[in-house]
Design a protein around this ligand. Structure first.
Ligand SMILES: *Cc1c(COP(=O)(O)O)cnc(C)c1O
Length: 402
C-alpha cells in the first residue's frame, strides 16, 4: 500500500525527506504510527472527508483568508511591495486551527476515545480544544504549572471549551515537563488515544500530515496572488518554529523556481549567545529529537540545548524534517531575526497598517522590513501573517513601557 500523501510527492513511504524524518520510536509505538499513517491514507481518499474539511475551512475557520497589500508600509520602506496572507483572521486567531481540525477529524475516524497534547503558551492547546469541541471528542491538555500561571486567558479558554487540563508540577513545570507528561499518558494506551502533534515535527506521519493540512495556506495564496497580479510573488516568507505555517505556505511554491522562499528563525538575543536563541537551521546540525532526524541545537549529542525566543511559539531546539531537507538542497533560504527586530516589526506593523501581529509572525515581518528597502518597487514579498497579537499585547506594552 502506498503511504504517500495525495497532496505531495514527499516524504517517501518510510517518512523520509532525504536523510531527515523517519520514525525513531520503539516498536509498539511504530505500530501506532503505522496505524495512523494507514488511516490517514484512507481518510484523505474519501470524498466525504475532503468535503467536510473544505466546508469547515470555509464556514468555521473563515477561509480563504485574504491577502492584504501593506501599501503604507511598502511606501514608507521605499522598496519592494509587502503583502500579508492573513492567517491572523482565522477563527481562534492563527494558522494552527488548520491542522487541529484535520487531526480531530482523523482521531474521530479512527474511533479514538481521547485526544492528548501538551501546550506551552497555550496556543496549540486552545486550537486543539476548539477542534475537539467541534468534532465532539474528549481532549486532554498537559501544561506546566508555571505556564498555567503565566497564560491565564488561554487556560480559561481551554476550560470553557471543555478540555481536561492537566497541571504538570514536576521539574521546571514548563513545556518540556508537559511534553513528558502528555507522552506518558499517551503511552498508557496508544490504541485508544490520539497524540495530536502541534507542528510538522515528530515521527512519521506527523510531519507529512500536518504539512498537508496546512498546505491550504499556500494553495490559496498562490491562486489569490496570480488572480490579482497576473504573476507570482518574488519572495514568500514565513516564521519557523517547528515549521508548520512556513511549510503550509511554501508547499504550493516549491516547483516555482522564480519564487524565492525564506524561512525566518528566532535569533533571540543573538545567535552568538548560546542558549539565548532558537535558530535551529541557522546554527544547528543534523541530529535526532522527538522521534525524527532533523537539524537540532544540542549541548552534547542527544542533549537538546536550552533555547530562547521572545515568541514562545518559536523556541524549539529541533525543526521539521522537510525544512532540514529544503535547507540542504538550497530550495529555501533560512534567516534569523532577533527579539529586538521582532519587537520593532511588531510596533511598525501595528502603527503603519493597524494590524497587531503575533510575536511569532512579527519575525517574518521583520525579515521583510530588512529585505524590502534593497529591492525595486516592482518586486513583491508575500509574508505569512501566521497569527494575531492579542495574546502578546500586554507583554509588549510592559516590555516597551507603553
Ligand atoms: C505556534 C505558532 C507558530 C509556530 O509554529 P510553526 O509550526 O513553526 O508554524 C507561528 N505563529 C503562530 C501565530 C503560532 O501560534
Amino acid at each position: 500500500m502506498s503511504t504517500a500523501s495525495p497532496f505531495a510527492p514527499m516524504p517517501d513511504q518510510h517518512g523520509f525527506f532525504g536523510p531527515y524524518g523517519g520514525q525513531l520510536v520503539p516498536p509498539h509505538l511504530k505500530q501506532a504510527m503505522d496505524d495512523i499513517t494507514q488511516a490517514y491514507a484512507e481518510i484523505t481518499r474519501q470524498t466525504e472527508f475532503q468535503q467536510e474539511l473544505a466546508s469547515l475551512y470555509a464556514d468555521y475557520v473563515g477561509r480563504p483568508s485574504p491577502i492584504f497589500h501593506a501599501a503604507r508600509l511598502s511606501t514608507q520602506l521605499g522598496g519592494a511591495q509587502i503583502h500579508l496572507k492573513r492567517e491572523d483572521l482565522n477563527h481562534t486567531g492563527a494558522h494552527k486551527i488548520n491542522h487541529c481540525l484535520g487531526e480531530a477529524l482523523l482521531a474521530r475516524f479512527m474511533g479514538k476515545k481521547k485526544v492528548i497534547a501538551e501546550t506551552g503558551a497555550g496556543q496549540h492547546g486552545v486550537a486543539l480544544a476548539t477542534a475537539c469541541a467541534l468534532v465532539g471528542i474528549p481532549c486532554e491538555i498537559h501544561m506546566g504549572q508555571v505556564d498555567i500561571e503565566k497564560e491565564h486567558p488561554n487556560v480559561t479558554k481551554m476550560r470553557i471549551l471543555g478540555t481536561r487540563l492537566v497541571a504538570v508540577t514536576r521539574g521546571a513545570a514548563t513545556l518540556k515537563e508537559a511534553v513528558d507528561s502528555a507522552f506518558e499518558e499517551y503511552l498508557d494506551n496508544p490504541t485508544d488515544y490520539f497524540y495530536a502533534i502541534g507542528s510538522v515535527v515528530g515521527p512519521h506521519p506527523f510531519p507529512m500530515m500536518v504539512r498537508d493540512f496546512q498546505s491550504i495556506v499556500g494553495r490559496e495564496a498562490r491562486e489569490q496572488f496570480l488572480a490579482r497580479h497576473g504573476r507570482l510573488p518574488d519572495y514568500a516568507a514565513a516564521c519557523v518554529g517547528g515549521g508548520s505555517n512556513a511549510i503550509g505556505l511554501f508547499t504550493a511554491f516549491l516547483e516555482d523556481s522564480e519564487v524565492k522562499l525564506v524561512g525566518v528563525e528566532p535569533a533571540g538575543e543573538g545567535t552568538d549567545q548560546a542558549g539565548r536563541h532558537a535558530a535551529t537551521l541557522t546554527m544547528g546540525h543534523p541530529g535526532e529529537i522527538h522521534g525524527m532526524k532533523c537539524y537540532v541545537l544540542e549541548d552534547a549529542p542527544g542533549t537538546p540545548a536550552a533555547v530562547h525566543s521572545i515568541a514562545s511559539g518559536l523556541d524549539y531546539p529541533g525543526v521539521g524534517p522537510q525544512h532540514s531537507y529544503l535547507k540542504d538542497i538550497g530550495r529555501v533560504q533560512y534567516e534569523a531575526v532577533t527579539d529586538q527586530e521582532c519587537l520593532d516589526a511588531f510596533m511598525t506593523l501595528s502603527r503603519t497598517e493597524g494590524i497587531i501581529p503575533a510575536l511569532e509572525s512579527a519575525h517574518a515581518v521583520a525579515w521583510a522590513l530588512r529585505a524590502a528597502p534593497a529591492l525595486p518597487a516592482s518586486q513583491h514579498i508575500l509574508v505569512n501573517l501566521s497569527g494575531r497579537g492579542d495574546k502578546d499585547a500586554d507583554y509588549v506594552s510592559k516590555v516597551l513601557g507603553l
